[in-house]
Design a protein around this ligand. Sequence first.
Ligand code: ADP
Length: 248
Amino acid sequence: MLQLSGATKIYNGQTVFSNLDLSVSPGQFKVLVGPSGCGKSTLFDGLTGVMALDRGEISWKGHALAHLGRHAAYMQQKDLLLPWFSLMDNALLPARTGKMDMTRMKSRANKLFIRLGLKGYESHHPHEVSGGMRQRCALVRTLMFNRDLILLDEPLSALDAITRRRLQSLLLLLQTEFNKTILMITHDIEEALLLADEVYLLSPQPMAIKERFVLNQPKPRHFNDPDLLKIKEYMLAQLEGEPTCEAG
Ligand code: ADP
């Protein structure tokens, strides 16, 4: 479905990543885990056209593209909600820009508000709700685009444990019930192991795929699975041995 080859990005003479390859198959839930500051968001920005890669080819269903554009919905790490719009109006932005059937889109948004625990907050503004609620609203807005591929950059990072769990189940549902393909960044190894069909463990800058883990365990998964626990320990050991890139 998506094939990225030879992706390279250099900022101020510093190579963030070079010659990076990545592929995603239809219906797959692929998760990137790596140290903070190594270049994961930069990679997503390059894929979606938020910024241009210095080199690299993007192929979508066999066609070469400059960036994924309207083929993917992208939830960036910052919620990017418009402060002067209510939560519902923020969620409906894709409907307005895409000239879609507003009645259907409103009904879809209402269902997602219920699902994501935002019911009753439709007319609140972003500054009136918690960080976790803003993040959930940003997730609703991402889902409103109704694209086959969803790119999520740390979508659950600002949420408390219970909400996080609920939304992890929702993400699984998107894959299994709605047949979405998901490429997600997280720094939470447990989250990656609960959700992913495949995990890429990334090394610090220049960011590279250090190791690939294919997870065939049926979902929903639980952390009492000894195989998952073993992989978690192994991944932690791999990441602990790495310097972080925050300073650089
Ligand atoms: P991650 O998502 O893995 O935490 P980022 O992709 O946000 O990491 O950042 C990777 C590196 O690229 C960092 O060293 C950061 O300082 C640098 N970087 C990101 N955006 C810019 C920019 N617009 N200009 C210069 N450097 C940038």
